[in-house]
Design a protein around this ligand. Structure first.
Ligand code: FES
Length: 251
């Protein structure tokens, strides 16, 4: 049987990039605890719309923890307090009745606020476009085991490929570093045989683009790993650094 709770929401409202922005307070009354965080925002927005007010803008798509579109900061934590859970998969049963919740956009110079909780994460797209792909023709799907891959590498590549590019790592990092994201992308391609041909060029270009976008450096705070909804390990950063230094030495 589901219960209901009442919440007080302090939500960041910002008209556009040039607006200074401010917190506004909203009441979310009698919310079903089986609802997700985004469904609760839907209920608040429905009420705002009926009152003729501007609904709260927030990003979402799959609502299944797959696409990486949702990514608000809840009480100071990207995606909220539940480990390895995206905001769309965070349910209200994990909050207390009469709780006050502060909701903000991901904060980073490289992620300018578009509106309210929506930020522009196209910096990630440009990093991927700079080299996060395999350009050799791989043809149709080959017979399994045609290309031998060490089991350990296959597992590590799959773990790194779990990154959904939500940007929580950047918002959690005291330096607004994107190294967990780039480390995951570099790792998952480099660990597989098809990705090795362009490995050096790829890591050089992706790191250069990351720096150009204004992301900070890693200082081993591990905040990115703690905030990542997919549990991407900081060991991907170490792998990227190793690849990068090797690539620079042979440049
Ligand atoms: S909406 Fe797709 S991961 Fe949350």
């Amino acid at each position: 049987m589901s219960n209901t709770i009442n919440l007080t929401l302090h939500i960041w409202r910002q008209k556009n990039l040039n607006d200074k922005g401010r917190f506004e307070v909203y009441k979310a009354a009698d919310i079903d605890t089986d609802m997700s965080f985004l469904e609760m925002l839907d209920v608040v927005n429905e009420r705002l719309t009926k009152e003729g007010k501007e609904p709260i803008a927030f990003d979402h798509d799959c609502r299944e923890g797959i696409c990486g579109m949702c990514a608000g900061v809840v009480n100071g934590r990207p995606h909220g307090h539940l480990p390895q859970t995206t905001l769309c998969q965070l349910h209200l049963r994990h909050f207390k009745d009469n709780e006050t919740i502060v909701i903000e956009p991901l904060r980073s110079k490289a992620f300018p606020v578009v509106k309210d909780l929506v930020v522009d994460r196209s910096a990630f797209d440009r990093i991927i476009a700079s080299g996060g792909f395999i350009s050799v023709k791989t043809g149709a799907a080959p017979e399994a085991h045609t290309v031998p891959i060490r089991r350990e590498n296959a597992e590590l590549a799959m773990d790194a490929a779990a990154c959904i590019g939500c940007g929580a790592c950047v918002a959690a990092c005291p330096n607004a570093s994107a190294m967990l994201f780039v480390g995951a992308k570099v790792s998952h391609i480099k660990l597989l045989p098809q990705g090795q041909i362009e490995a050096q060029e790829r890591v050089r270009k992706m790191v250069a683009q990351m720096d150009k976008e204004g992301f900070g450096n890693c200082s081993n705070a591990y905040a990115c790993e703690a905030a990542c909804p997919k549990g991407i390990s900081v060991s991907t950063i170490a792998r990227m650094n190793k690849e990068y230094f090797a690539a620079k030495l042979t440049e």
